[in-house]
Each structure stands twice: as structure tokens, then as C-alpha cells.
Design a protein around this ligand. Sequence first.
Ligand SMILES: [Zn+2]
Length: 652
Amino acid sequence: MILGVDYYPEHWDEARWPVDAQLMQEAGISVVRLAEFAWSKLEPREGDYQFAWLDRALGVLGERAIQAVLGTPTAAPPAWLIEKHPQVLPVDEWRRPLGFGARLHRCLANPTFRHYSRAITAAMAQHYAAHPSVLGWQTDNELTGNRCYCDVCAARFREWLERKYGSLDALNRAWGTPFWSQEYTAWTQVPLPWQTTCGPMAHNPSLLLDYRRFASDITVEFQHEQVEILREHCPEHFVTHNFMGLHDAINYYDLARDLDFVSWDNYPGGSAALPHDVMRGIQGENFWVMEEKCGHAGWNTMGPIPRPGQVRAWAWQAVGHGADAVVFFRWRSCRSGTEQFWQGILNHDAVPGRRYREIAQLGREFRQFAPDLEGTSPENDVALLYSYDQIWALQIQPQVPGFSLGLWLERYHQALHRLGVGADVVSTEADLSPYKLVIAPPLYLLDDALAARLDRYVAEGGHLVASARTGVKDGNNCAREETLPGPLARTLGIAVEDYDAIGQGGTNVVALADGARFKVSLWCDLLRLEGAKQVARYMRDFYEGVPAISVHNHGKGRAWYVGTVPEERFFRHFLRGIVEGLRLRMVPDLPKGVEVAARQGDRGRILVVTNLTPHKQVVHLQDACEDLFARAIVTEAIELHPFGVRLLRTTR
Ligand SMILES: [Zn+2]
């Protein structure tokens, strides 16, 4: 278990560095991330690399046994670069270039910018390859899809399309361009989705989806260049990147392919359980939190300060979900620039206070329990499917306002969470065979290959929950021809005869066989059962009595279909029945705001129980557990202080 902090020595007088390093060591901090925005300090003039200051900082930290992750500083290009090469500035959808003055003022496709990115990366990699304090690298900072609309991007997009489709005929067929006379006869005719070219109309949804894929690929390619250089010069170092949880403007599965592990920046608003699970699922491995909130966040205005114990609870929650390192952002609130009010472990005055003491407590706990947690990782019976293509296609055409993949994912995940059932969030490409239950939010884009894999999974004994708006489109974002749910109709044993987009203002009610009733909104599929059984029927409107939710025995398994968007409490009721039927591990009846996450190891499971509320809470256990903090056996109810944490070992 690693406790770390993001540190900006270049913001402070060197005389302060040894004091900072000593305080860090005393708090149990053993890793710092450095330099990810320090380009103007590392290369103040073109080709004039200045590493002496960073060498001295690493030396001061090294004397306190603190090691470093170095960031390539390419998220903040210096003023001299922009003055000399203004063409590297990104262009927005109205074809306006961004200027110098904040950060991210670069187009990642621009060959001139690529040249400077490679040069600074190579210079740093060569200089630090053998440095005893450097553990590894973070590429850039919080990369996102390069949704730039410059001329370079337009040319690269056309090349990307040519590689993908091979011919204009194929592209015209895939995109259905006879609509509105959009057939292309030369690659140069294909636009980027500029706002200036479509005015109040909308671009072709097929073009919009391919543009998002392209923009993601450009960023992946940009990072790949840096990773190649780092691997060449620093084969002993790890390479990671700080992802952003539920951020969805880039395909994180692709971005992670070049990396040793995923790390991410966690600034919890609500529960961070879902983003932690999404992040772990990107590679299916434990991860780092590279920026963990330790005070209030703020640029020009501020939010509430974390309550006593809350920072510690967030950190343990991260560990429960698979974090092997928690690196806090940032060491000390900075005195200048945009993020002056983003609170560090220390305030501007650098006097250690409550948050410092809390993190030092965490440092002692991480050291104490590292042997117990070593080699453990979350292992779950349930998978939720996740896909950037699905997210993007539903962002382009949300069906009704408020309908999104995220809405479904959150409802399913939160219901499982309240039932104390851990879930992996995995790619639609993932191997599903380890899972007893697979829950699929809308598979709006459904190709035959994915449908066949899901069908086989169920036929061979798996359990699948599918959702409304499944099987609507092909991979090119054109509607499929079959009756919905398209290629999954046989698996689900239903036909969607018609649908009613009732929207956010519309409501209906569904009734289950056990008498339970739930409000539904947004969307109502009208099902015809073709082998499936009814789980719930509509209570209102002209489709009163028509099935809304179904279940089908298919091969050795079962498949449910939820054809409407029920209120939150439905999901807990519905999934509880399934989870109990399958006898999956659960800790039912958890109080709201209390969560149980589990890490599996050779010596049993370690349950990380966190109370994320400012109130005392009681959790009822199903089995006897060893309380690792108290070194005692607990058998029934355990009490948690406000923002309290327990580590429980169970052999079950
Ligand atoms: Zn561009």
C-alpha cells in the first residue's frame, strides 16, 4: 500500500523543500508525483533543458526515502512554443482557435506539437532513466479525446476513414449517405462536424460517431509516441496515466492498452464506488488513485471542506475497490495561478493541521495493514457492461432527453451496492465466463458478433439482464432492420411490438406478480412474449396490461429484459430477487451511505466497510469476521462512527 502526494516544488522556495520532505516522511508518504505541468521550468527556451532544479528536488525527497512519479509536461505548452508555432493551437467546432492562457492549448494531431512532445519526453527519459528515486511515469495529464476541428484534424480524419472503409463506396454504404444527398465522390468532401457547415441542422449520426472514435484514436496515438520513448529509455520504470473516472470523451480501454496500470483522479461528489469500479475494469486489475481529494476543490470559488474522517474514509473506499496507492492532490495550496483555492493537505500557511494528522493516521494504517492487503484484489460474481461506443451513440441521439447509458449504469450499480453485492464494470469485449450475472445497460449499437457472444453466454448457463433500446443500431450508427431487440430476440424470447417515448414528464406504473408497483418514466417498450414470461406489466394508458419486463429460460441460463425506465427502488427489488435466486454473496440491508467492498486473497476476503455519512451507522453481518483494526472476532452487528472504517476478514 502506497501513500503519496502531488507536489510542486517549483512553486516554492528551495529552502522549504527539506521541511516539506520531512513532514511527508513523518506522515508516511513514500511517493510524490512531480513535474506534470512544469514544461516552462524544464525547457525555458527551445532545446534548453533545465533539469538541475528537479534533480535537487528529487535529492531532497530521496533523503527522506520518498520516490517519484514524473509527469511528461505536455498538458501545458509554454508561451515560447505557442508564439513560435501558433498553428499547434486547437480549433473549436466554430473554427475558432484557442489562445495561450490556461492549459490544453494544443492539438494532439499537430505534427509540430508532436515533435515538441517527443523532444521533451525523450530529454526527460534520458536524464532520469537511471535516477534511483524515479519509479515511473505519468503521460501528460487527464487526456481526453482530441475533439479539435483544425485543418490537420480534417486531413487526418479523412485518412482515418480511408483506412477504416477502404473506399468511398463502402463509406457511403456504411453511413447511408443517399439521405439528404450526402454521397461523397472525393475524400476531401467529407467534413469534420463543424458547426459552421451544418448551421441549425445536425450532422449525420454515422459521421458524428466516427468523428468521436477518430478523436479518441488521435489521443491514443499521441500517448503511444510518448510511451514508446519512455519504454526505450526507461525499461525499468512503469508508465501510467491519470484517468478521470466516468469521463467519457475518450475510449479508456484503448488508452490503457499501452500502460502498465491505470491510475485516476478522484474528486468524489457522490459516492466514488461506480467510478472506482469503472477504473478497475479498464484493465481488470488493481489501480492507483493519482489525485485524491484531500480538501475543498476550488478555482475562483470554494466548496465545503471534507468533514473529520471523510478523507480517510474516501481513501479506504478506494482501497476496497482495488486501489494499491492513494496519492493526494495536493501537498500545499498554491499561492498563485488558477488553482489558488484548491486546498492541499497543508493550507497556504503550511502549518500541519487536522487534514495532515488524518493523512498521517492513514499512513500508519497503510503500513500496518499492507501485509494483509498484499496480493488481494476485488473478485466479483456480477459484471456490468460498459462501452464508449454505446455512450457516444446515445449522446448523439439520446432517444429522449435524460436517457443515457450512465443513467442505467448508475441505477443498476447503486442497487447492487445497496445490496452489498460487488460488481465489475467490464468492456463489452470482455470474457464473461467468470460471471454468474451479467447486466447490460442499453446495447443500443449491437452487432451480430456481440449478440452471438451474449446468446452463447446465456445458453451455456449464464444470467443476463438486458435493457430497453437494445439492438436498435448497427456499428455504423444506422438503424437495424429487424424487430427489436434485433439479434437478441431469440435469447430474450420477446419482440418489441412498439415503443412510447414518454419522456421526463411522462409516467406510467408497472405491476409485478408479487404485487409490488413502481413508477416508470422516459421510455416504454410494448413487449410481445415469444417464449419469455411476464415479470411486470403496464398499469396505464392504451397499453395497460402489456408486458414491460420479461424473463426467458434460454438453454441452461436465463435472460431478463427491462423494457422501461423504472424508479430507483425498483432496481433494488428486482436485483435482490435475482441475486438471492443465484445465491450470490451479499450484505443486504446496508444503511444508505455505508458500503462494503471486498478484496480476495489467499487468506480469505477482506471486507472494507466504509461509512460515508456524518452519522453513526450499524451494519448487520451474516458471518463471523475478524476485525483487523480491533484484532477481535465480530459476529453480529458492528457500529461505525461518522465516516468510520472497518476492515473485516472473512473466510467465506
Ligand atoms: Zn486539430
